[in-house]
Design a protein around this ligand. Structure first.
Ligand code: 6PG
Length: 472
């Protein structure tokens, strides 16, 4: 064979990844269930044609690869990955590497890694973020698998990944499902980021009655400071766009029902399993779910039409905008702290030893949540000291202490005006709970002991005890 690496699946992501690989000077074999698509990739990209080797059959594809063979699957997550693996395995030899680059459930990746163990074949599960453009020009790549398998794919991945200054946004993060787990949390954070931006948009629309073009200007302004990020940048573009058909702002002709493919939900489910409440992420997933029940919401709006919320106390002036900005920054720190806490817990649970600082580093470019802020997180982990939680890292303590009052005011004003801000509220509630040395679980324990003799522990003695409560 003569190809350095192969890609199976010529959907948008697979085709763009293959072009990226070809452009970086590697020869890439390409294959697709309908072979015409693989040949079309070569024909449609004459400048890269020398590096694109389309194959008619899986056998031809395998033959065209250098050994050890490196095969990237870019097919829909779930059964299609297992199907492709089953088809190709008999054609591969000892030392060959299968790489699942889709948005896999990390539990599947752990399972697939096990099925390959001891067979001589190798398996890598890697998260690829950055959408279509990222795949084409430089995604952020989160790799999981055996540490000694990584060098087999590292030269290609390092070349095709996004760059933050000179550093490629790719790293080996841990064994088996580590890469896909981190990608899942990335998506959960992506949901939270997007939801919090949408909530601020809701305040601007319903509380301040601003026109989208004005909102766009505000988001553009924010993009020059702490919030500077891809998602804020695209928000300004979204809000500035005019619908060519009606001449209305584009956002106003778009139905308010959010889609979701499941990765954000996985992040929340996994966090729950680990006993880490990623409540801001959870609020974002729940908000997408409720958004899709539009008819039901419209009916409820009618039922409660007479219910008076208070007057909006939001102000459309510099101080008012700056309060919203500060609230969003603060809630964002809290959301990331939750995502990071889930990764820290998963790392312990799965024995991954996830490099949390490195994860922030490879998220600084290429991926959907790329931002200046991630550089701050990278720096917080870079200082050599152990970071128990982002909310305890010195730089962030100062920022949250300063920003919390703005978050508090925005959440309170939104509540009074009847404007839902579920993710911002969740962030605030979590923060207040997190920094409360003495909580209220003592009462929960008392109740559990009363109705189920579940026992509790006392401040003034060791061990679990049961109290004889009065009969009810
Ligand atoms: C990325 C994204 C991507 C995801 C889309 C859509 O990192 O490039 O996370 O992987 O598929 O953002 O996700 P939803 O359809 O669930 O919104």
């Amino acid at each position: 064979g003569q190809a350095d690496i192969g890609v199976i699946g010529m959907g948008t992501m697979g085709a763009n990844l293959a072009l990226n690989i070809a452009e970086k000077g590697f020869k890439v074999a390409v294959q697709n269930r309908t072979p015409a698509k693989a040949f079309a990739l070569k024909d449609d990209n004459p400048e890269l044609a020398d590096n694109i080797l389309p194959a008619e059959t899986l056998e031809d594809f395998v033959k065209s690869l250098n050994t050890p063979r490196r095969v990237i699957f870019m097919v829909p997550a779930g059964q299609p990955v297992d199907d492709e693996m089953d088809k190709i395995r008999p054609l591969l030899e000892d030392g060959d590497v299968m790489i699942d680059a889709g948005n896999a459930d990390f539990n599947d990746t752990v399972r697939r890694a096990k099925t390959v163990e001891g067979t001589g074949l190798k398996f890598i599960g890697m998260g690829v973020s950055g959408g279509e453009l990222g795949a084409r020009h430089g995604p952020s790549i989160m790799v999981g698998g055996d540490k000694d398998t990584y060098p087999l794919v590292e030269p290609v991945l390092t070349k095709i990944a996004a760059r933050f200054h000179d550093a490629p946004c790719v790293a080996w993060l841990g064994t088996d499902g580590a890469g896909h787990f981190v990608k899942t949390i990335h998506n959960g954070i992506e949901y939270a980021d997007m939801q919090m931006i949408a909530e601020i948009y809701g305040v601007m629309r319903d509380g301040l009655k601003l026109e989208p073009a004005k909102m766009a200007a505000i988001f553009r302004d924010w993009n020059s400071r702490e919030l500077s990020s891809y998602l804020i940048e695209i928000t300004a573009v979204n809000l500035d766009e005019t619908d060519p058909q009606t001449g209305k702002p584009m956002v106003e002709v778009i139905i308010d029902e959010a889609g979701q493919k499941g990765t954000g939900r996985w992040a929340v489910i996994e966090a729950q399993k680990l006993g880490v409440g990623a409540t801001t992420l959870e609020a974002a997933v729940a908000a997408r779910g409720l958004s899709s029940r539009r008819e039901e919401r419209e009916h409820a709006a009618g039922l409660y039409a007479g219910v008076e919320a208070g007057q909006s106390q939001f102000f459309a002036d510099e101080a008012g905008f700056s309060e919203l900005e500060s609230a969003l920054v603060t809630a964002k720190i809290i959301a990331y702290a939750q995502g990071y806490a889930a990764m820290a817990a998963a790392s312990d649970e799965n024995g991954w030893d996830l490099p949390l600082g490195t994860i922030a580093e490879i998220w600084r470019a290429g991926c959907i949540i790329r931002s200046h802020f991630l550089d701050d997180i990278a720096k917080a982990y870079d200082k050599g000291q152990k970071v128990v939680n982002i909310l305890q890292a010195p730089d962030f303590v100062g920022r949250v202490a300063k920003g919390q009052s703005a978050l508090r005011r925005v959440v309170a004003k939104a509540a009074l005006a009847g404007i839902p801000v579920p993710a911002l509220s969740a962030a605030l509630a979590y923060f207040d709970d997190y920094r409360r040395a003495r909580g209220t679980a003592n009462l929960t324990q008392a109740q559990r002991d009363l109705f189920g003799a579940h026992t509790f522990r006392r401040f003034d003695a060791d061990g679990a005890v049961h109290h004889k409560w009065p009969a009810v």
